[in-house]
Ligand binder design. Structure first.
Ligand code: NAG
Ligand code: NAG
Ligand code: NAG
Ligand code: NAG
Ligand code: NAG
Ligand code: NAG
Ligand code: NAG
Ligand code: NAG
Ligand code: NAG
Ligand code: NAG
Ligand code: NAG
Ligand code: CU
Length: 619
């Protein structure tokens, strides 16, 4: 069956070969100023001095060549083509220290790959948490052979995102900080609809549109609906699904939906497209943060543009359907008999520097000294031994074509949209089911666990996508086939959680990767300019690949007998000794920061770095 499909794909490719186009882009990535919500000017990452960034629009079978020059001057970067399988081009995937070196200022990296898949994708930078600084945009693959190709007249693409008014580099020290031991995520300043707010989008009465929705948020998910119009879902994350009606959608970070929407025949009224931010993710809601926003399908510029108010509450009508119930149009069957089952548990915990970290089975992902792909390429036969990738990249080595099952449990009260690079995966089970209880985990109750001997029947034709939401206190079960040799990152797509280490690595068929790829001169030059080694194990050891002395490590665990509160108090008593403050224990941690600022110690006050050194705190 598989071979038949591959053969068919090759045949189509052959037929289409004369039409395949190469899209070549020269992108100079630089800082520009933008103010998309009208609330504040800020520095954003632009391409060729423009922001919003260019939408990439290609046909299936086309080649994309992007020569990315880093003109930022002050930080490294790279691009991930979110959802692209990168078959035979793993080195074009983009995450720094996974498949390439970070591209330092003044250097250029050549991305060059073909697109043999359909649907709605996006691109974003994947180095040091930079996409909330604006470095993200849609990537659309048109397919005139899709089963719904004749069912629409025109297309519209909308992105949805949260928006911060500060630079990531300024937010990060506040987030990853002693002063934030609970790991409370930064609250966005606003929410953007297609990089703007309250806009009108002209439509023609009677026409049917294919509307592509992309959630390019860093953190906050959104509900979306169109006043008085039904959406018919036809694609999720690049996978066609049987047409399914939906009144409302929930898009988590990084998810995409394509929907067909037929316009009314009358032009008397304009209709709101409503975007409501999921406030369950926010620890506090500032009074000036607008959670709801109306944009309009504009039938007539002279008709009224009314704000739509519609309650979003716990009633079931906001949960119209569960993505797990969608049926893939291609009817790929459930992958049977997994050869590898990984039971993974998410925990958020304070490590011994007092800061909040995320752990998957006790490992907080810490980037290696050599990009994992380059370790594969330089390790010879040892590439099949997970040891060489180090203890903190959380690497699992997979054999070609094996069926991998992941049972991911959440012992945290937060939501985690997990994304797998290089693949989509089948959605088998999830608890709680999508619905009113989904986000309602009660802290203190036991965490749900998957029982392999007693669970709801897996779907015969499971839905597939590349990003799936793990509910608070619950679990999900997914499967994928390791049919794409490469180094593929699996991580939470909430950028704050990735920063805390919520990631792991699959090294799939490493000996085949060695046959397919060799590191190019351009790739080596980028590493050398970045001062990063391009051969060796995770510790950059080229002599003995099993010796990991000097590898990068996360902070240590809090010693047994110490509570989190205890360690925070301990670290603070060091601070208090140094700066001569007393009685800090009577303040909460955030109050303390306020107090220090108030008494003029906010700037230049002292804290303890992860290495245990005492240094100045930058407020
Ligand atoms: C479909 O799109 C391809 C480009 O991907 C083009 O070559 C072909 O002519 C199109 N076919 C139809 C029927 O429009
Ligand atoms: C990139 O843009 C910056 C700012 O406009 C400019 O100074 C620089 O020369 C450009 N670099 C390239 C390689 O185009
Ligand atoms: C992109 O890759 C293709 C296939 O390997 C190659 O033929 C082409 O020369 C490459 N383009 C550039 C600009 O290097
Ligand atoms: C991609 O498009 C082709 C042609 O429309 C279709 O046969 C195939 O099933 C699509 N792939 C997915 C994953 O939906
Ligand atoms: C949304 O923004 C993108 C990128 O700026 C733009 O290409 C697209 O046309 C916009 N969508 C609509 C429906 O105007
Ligand atoms: C985007 O994703 C975030 C995080 O999961 C979610 O809170 C938000 O509601 C999503 N946006 C849309 C429009 O669905
Ligand atoms: C609009 O008019 C067409 C043709 O008269 C009709 O087929 C269609 O059902 C009407 N659409 C709606 C939404 O009423
Ligand atoms: C609609 O809502 C926006 C905020 O989203 C507000 O600024 C505007 O005044 C409202 N318009 C009307 C007519 O109520
Ligand atoms: C925004 O949505 C909330 C429900 O989430 C609702 O209570 C409130 O009335 C809405 N506000 C506006 C201005 O639409
Ligand atoms: C995680 O660490 C704790 C304490 O060291 C230990 O009890 C537990 O078994 C570990 N869990 C896993 C999955 O390794
Ligand atoms: C199987 O799971 C169901 C639902 O959680 C539960 O009600 C039932 O008691 C379980 N059966 C066994 C044999 O554990
Ligand atoms: Cu997360």
């Amino acid at each position: 069956m598989r071979n038949f499909l591959v053969g068919l794909g090759g045949f189509q490719l052959l037929l289409g070969v004369s039409q395949a186009v190469t899209h070549t882009f020269d992108w100079n990535v630089t800082w520009v100023t933008a103010n998309p919500d009208g609330l504040a000017d800020r520095k954003v990452i632009g391409i060729n001095n423009q922001w919003p960034l260019p939408l990439v629009d290609v046909n299936k079978g086309d080649r994309v060549v992007v020569n990315m020059h880093n003109g930022l001057g002050d930080k490294s970067t790279s691009i991930h083509w979110h959802g692209m399988y990168q078959e035979d081009t793993n080195d074009m995937d983009g995450p720094s220290m996974v498949t390439q070196c970070p591209v330092p200022p003044g250097s250029s990296y050549l991305y060059n790959f073909t697109v043999n898949q359909n649907g709605t994708y996006w691109y974003h930078c994947h180095t040091d948490y930079c996409y909330p600084d604006g470095y993200r945009a849609p990537f659309i693959v048109h397919d005139n052979e899709s089963y719904f190709a004749d069912s629409f007249d025109d297309e519209m693409v909308f992105s949805m995102s949260d928006w911060y008014h500060e630079l990531m580099e300024d937010i990060k020290p506040e987030f990853m900080s002693l002063y934030n031991p609970t790991g409370a995520e930064p609250i966005p300043g606003s929410f953007l609809f297609n990089n703007s707010i309250s806009q009108s989008y002209p439509v023609q009465a009677g026409k049917t549109y294919l509307i592509r929705l992309i959630n390019i948020s860093a953190f906050v998910g959104q509900y979306f609906w169109i006043e008085d119009h039904t959406m018919r879902v036809v694609e999720i994350d690049g996978v066609y699904v049987d047409e399914t009606e939906a009144d409302k959608l929930y898009l988590s970070v990084a998810q995409r939906y394509s929907v067909l929407v037929t316009m009314k025949n009358s032009t008397e009224k304009n209709y709101g497209m409503v975007m409501v931010a999921d406030s369950s993710l926010l620890d506090t809601i500032p009074s000036d943060l607008l959670l709801n926003q109306t944009n309009w399908l504009e039938y007539s510029s002279t008709a009224a543009h009314d704000n739509v108010t519609m309650p979003v509450d716990d009633s079931s009508d906001i949960y119209p359907f569960d993505d797990i119930t969608l049926v893939p149009y291609d009817r790929v069957e459930l992958y049977e008999n997994p050869t590898k089952t990984l039971e993974l548990t998410v925990i958020m915990e304070n490590l011994d520097n007092g800061e909040g970290y995320a752990l998957l089975n006790n490992i907080s992902y810490t980037a290696p000294k050599v990009p994992t792909l380059y370790t594969v390429q330089s390790a010879g036969d040892l590439a099949t031994d997970a040891t060489v990738y180090g203890d903190y990249t959380h690497t699992v080595v997979l054999e070609k074509d094996e069926i991998v099952e992941i049972i991911l449990s959440n012992q945290d009260t937060g939501t985690h949209p997990f994304h797998l690079h290089g693949h989509n995966f089948q959605l088998l089970d999830r608890y709680p089911a999508w619905g009113a209880d989904f986000f309602d985990y009660d802290a203190g109750t036991t965490f749900a666990t998957f029982d392999a001997d007693n669970h709801t029947a897996f779907p015969t034709y499971p839905a597939r996508r590349d990003t799936f939401v793990l509910p608070p206190g619950g679990y999900f079960v997914i499967r994928f086939k390791a049919d794409n040799p490469g180094v593929w990152f699996f991580h939470c797509h909430i950028d704050w959680h990735l920063m805390q280490g919520l990631a792991m690595t699959f090294v799939e068929a490493p000996l085949e990767i060695q046959e397919e790829l060799s590191i190019t001169t351009n790739q080596r030059d980028v590493c050398e300019a970045a001062g990063v080694a391009w051969e060796g194990n995770a510790a950059a050891n080229t002599e003995d690949y099993t010796d990991l002395k000097g590898q990068n490590k996360p902070p240590g665990f809090i010693p047994p007998g110490f509570t989190t509160r205890g360690i925070v108090a301990l670290v603070f008593s060091v601070i208090s000794a140094v700066i001569g403050m007393i009685a800090i224990t009577i303040y909460g941690v955030s109050d303390l920061k306020f107090t220090m600022t108030e008494v003029g110690l906010g700037d230049g006050a002292t804290t303890v770095t992860p290495e245990g050194e005492v240094s100045a705190y930058r407020d």
